[in-house]
Design a protein around this ligand. Structure first.
Ligand code: ADP
Length: 518
């Protein structure tokens, strides 16, 4: 029954919960991935826009230089002065053997010499540029860095084929730093807006040339080379938290939420599981109870009937035997009476809130009366027994209930004594409590069962107890009685050594309270 429940519990609740959590985590991961892709695409798109802008600007200048290349030097000089990022304009002849330079004086002497050498080295490239122009009417740029010049302000030279003067190559030298800071700046700021930080880096060590806000070059999420400027890169990241950080935070938050939800779900399921388990246990206990009680009723009834018949059929029995049979009938009907009492009392305490009528009593008197009923039985059964009444202070209690409790303890002591038939019953007052102790040297109770034996229908299902029938109500009744008397039950017991039950009642006019039963 229980295995089936565990199986159903696993299949119907636990596995779906695990699968659901797995599915949610997986779909979260997928959506985070998509989100991250979207962010990266957005960053890439911004970089492409900027590259396009830089290229357009250079192309515009190239068109202007092409237009001016046929005119006099002054207009070229004037063009240079209007665009301070441009430092020099060069125009080759149709064979690319001689080069005219405008604005060279502004860039020191080393510069033109280095430039010439670079152009000579690139002759095949220059004729390619011309071929492109002739065949496709397409202006292709060949950018290169000038080998000389100081590191921080390297010059970029851009050469291209002239549309206006066939086979001539034109070009200009660009102060890339200045170009970035003065020409690209407004566009960089515009694209970055309030959302991104964009920066331009130069050289192999990614020196920051310009950034829309303070930033470390290592913080850029995406970087791309600036098409038109060799060794220049452009980088971008989200402002504030990076997309990755946001995604990671969201992922962690989602995970925590799923974790908490799963825990709540599992706690709920475990709670229901325990509730059902308790119910199932109770049903089992009740079934056991019916079979135990039937047995408990049948045994004394059979004995009573058997001895009554014997007495009836043999009127001439010896007096001694007769007395023994009467005693057995008396004891067995007592036992029957007590069992029925327990059951009735139990149903009474289940339905009535406080079924006890209390008055100030001397417990020793009550206990003495109960013990006197057992004397014959003890002796007949061969018990080494003793009753040690002590000086006791009066307590406020229901006389019947106390007597009932003592009956149950003594019954148990007899039932669970096994081979070692030894019983001690005593009363005493210590401090603010009056106690009744019933002690045996019987089978004892394992520590782990000490709590459970006071539950209704509960029985320890091992060893001698297994063979001794009982209703499982006796100690539940004792517990109920003590609880309603603000008392407590002290139990010392271990398997094989025997048990000692002490019922502690608060002495009238005092409040013992400390460890009372809840
Ligand atoms: P029962 O009708 O089974 O005796 P009780 O409520 O009186 O029901 O006792 C509950 C269980 O506690 C018993 O089944 C037994 O296992 C254990 N028990 C009670 N008293 C003793 C004792 N004196 N020695 C050993 N075990 C005891």
């Amino acid at each position: 029954m229980f295995k089936r429940f565990t199986f159903v519990f696993l299949v119907v609740i636990f596995l779906p919960v695990i699968f659901y959590a797995g599915w949610v985590i997986n779909s979260l991961n997928t959506s985070e991935k998509i989100l991250s892709q979207v962010y990266n695409q957005q960053l890439n798109a911004a970089l492409i826009t900027l590259n396009q802008y830089a290229w357009n600007q250079i192309d515009e200048w190239a068109t202007a230089v092409d237009q001016l290349s046929g005119t006099n030097i002054d207009s070229l000089q004037e063009f240079l002065s209007r665009n301070p990022s441009l430092r020099l304009i060069l125009i080759t002849d149709s064979l690319q053997s001689s080069i005219r330079m405008v604005g060279a004086s502004a860039v020191h002497n080393v510069f033109p010499a280095g430039l010439k050498d670079s152009l000579v080295l690139r002759r095949p490239v220059l004729s390619d540029l011309n071929r492109f122009m002739v065949l496709n009417n397409y202006r292709k740029f060949e950018p290169f860095l000038l080998p000389s010049g100081n590191e921080s302000e390297k010059m970029v030279v851009l050469v291209f084929s002239s549309r206006k003067l066939p086979r001539r190559v034109l070009g200009f030298a660009l102060d890339a730093g200045r170009f970035t800071r003065e020409v690209l700046r407004s566009r960089l700021n515009e694209v970055s807006g309030e959302q991104f930080i964009i920066g331009v880096m130069a050289g192999p060590r990614s020196r920051l040339v310009y950034a829309t806000r303070e930033v470390e070059t290592s913080e850029f999420k995406v970087t791309k080379p600036l098409w038109i400027l060799p060794e220049y890169r452009i980088g971008i990241r989200l402002m504030g938290k990076s997309a990755d950080e946001i995604i990671e935070n969201r992922l962690v938050l989602n995970m925590i939420l799923i974790g908490v939800l799963s825990i709540v779900l599992i706690i709920g399921v475990v709670y229901i599981y325990r509730l059902v388990r308790r119910e199932v246990d109770l049903v089992r206990l009740k079934t056991d109870f019916v079979s135990n009680v039937s047995h408990e009723l049948r045994t004394p009834l059979t004995l009573i009937r058997m001895y009554a018949e014997t007495l009836d059929l043999h009127p001439n029995l010896k007096e001694e035997k007769r007395q023994t049979y009467y005693r057995i009938i008396l004891n067995e009907s007592d036992r029957l009476g007590r069992l029925i009492n327990n059951i009735l009392n139990f149903s009474r305490i289940e339905s009535v809130k406080d079924p006890y009528r209390k008055s100030v009593i001397e417990v020793t008197q009550v206990v003495s009366a109960v013990v006197s009923l057992y004397e014959v039985q003890f002796t007949a059964a061969g018990f080494d027994w003793a009753y040690e009444p002590g000086e006791t202070a009066p307590v406020l209690a229901d006389k019947e209930a106390v007597s009932e409790a003592v009956h149950n303890l003594i019954d148990n002591a007899v039932k669970y004594s096994g081979e070692t038939k030894w019983i001690r019953i005593s009363t005493r007052t210590t401090g603010k409590e009056t106690g009744i102790t019933v002690e045996d040297h019987g089978v004892g109770i394992d520590q782990k069962h000490h709590g459970m034996i006071f539950d209704k229908f509960s029985r320890v299902a091992t060893g001698l107890v297994h063979n001794t029938k009982g209703s499982g109500l006796g100690l539940a009744l004792v517990h109920h009685i003590m609880k309603h008397h603000d008392g407590r039950i002290e139990l010392e017991s271990s398997p094989g050594k025997g048990s000692r039950f002490t019922l502690w009642f608060p002495v009238t006019g005092t409040e013992s309270g400390q460890q009372n039963l809840k």
